[in-house]
Unconditional design. Structure first.
Length: 285
């Protein structure tokens, strides 16, 4: 009988956040696949876990995945852990999990800490709808594409960033998204945990004089419906009023209905649109 892959969440800082279930599983499995064995050995030693480890990381994720699959086929149970948090979230574990399903290997997930969810719940920003982008690409072209996609995102946005890239990323965010409300979360669950609720512009100013330390989770306010409506109104206002009317009338819409839609697009009373159209017509005559 084939073994099972256990996707085990580990603490993102505070070791007390590990679950009893994860501890028991790490002790009972035949092998632990860890992103960085040098880092994970500290966790295992702290809890007196002596299960053998093997490395599974970004640079060996495909070749090593099939080696682990062979072990699973032979009946070994394997726990997958990352440096911190939940494997598969911005992590090479997603490839191993996918390949397990392709190869008919059973997978189960043991929930626990996750930096993106921890930061979201601390941010003070809307939590009902959100999108997670992890680390922005370093390649300028790919980075630009992602930022353009996020420009009109109405959900709360969650990003990860390293301290030495924080200043550049804040400037890129300001240029692409404008001056949004953000929460900068660092050292999550640790002694010096900090959540800075601010704006992108104020954060840029702050870090001109302050050194960024620790791994950051940036939680960004989504674009408001009000801003979306204002932008649409500006786009329509750049069009001639008659052209705007013709746009709808060319679709078979009645003049009366077209006038109502034009008024809504431009944020004007219907009578104002009627008056402007009347004045334009009289001027032409």
């Amino acid at each position: 009988m084939a073994g099972k892959l256990y996707v085990c969440a580990t603490p993102i800082g505070n070791l007390e956040d590990i679950t009893y279930r994860v501890l028991r599983t790490l002790k009972e499995v035949d092998c632990i696949a860890a992103e960085d064995t040098r880092n994970s050995i500290k966790l295992l030693n702290h809890f007196g876990i002596q299960t053998p480890m093997t490395s599974y990381h970004e640079f060996n994720k495909l070749e090593k995945a099939y080696q682990l699959i062979e072990k699973l086929r032979k009946g070994m149970n394997i726990a997958l852990i990352t440096d911190a948090g939940t494997p598969g979230i911005s992590d090479p574990g997603e490839d191993l999990i996918r390949i397990c399903y392709e190869e008919g290997i059973e997978v189960t997930s043991l929930p626990g800490a996750s930096a993106c969810i921890t930061a979201l719940t601390l941010s003070g920003l809307p939590t009902r709808r959100f999108c997670f982008e992890a680390f922005l690409p370093r390649d300028n072209k790919k980075r630009g594409i992602i930022l353009q996609e996020l420009k009109n995102e109405t959900r709360t946005i969650i990003l990860y960033e390293a301290p030495h890239h924080l200043k550049t990323t804040l400037v890129d965010l300001r240029d692409a998204l404008g001056n949004r409300q953000i929460s900068l979360c660092r050292e999550l669950t640790k002694k010096y945990e900090e959540v800075m609720r601010t704006t992108i512009d104020d954060a840029i100013t702050y870090y001109q004089d302050q050194q960024s330390r620790g791994e950051y989770v940036i939680v960004i306010q989504g674009k408001s419906q009000e801003d979306i409506e204002k932008e649409k109104q500006q786009e329509w206002s750049s069009m001639d009023l008659n052209e705007h009317m013709q746009y709808y009338e060319s679709k078979g819409i009645s003049q009366k209905e077209a006038m109502r839609m034009v008024a809504k697009d431009r944020g004007l009373p219907k009578r104002e649109v009627y008056y402007q159209l009347k004045v334009e017509k009289e001027n032409k005559e």
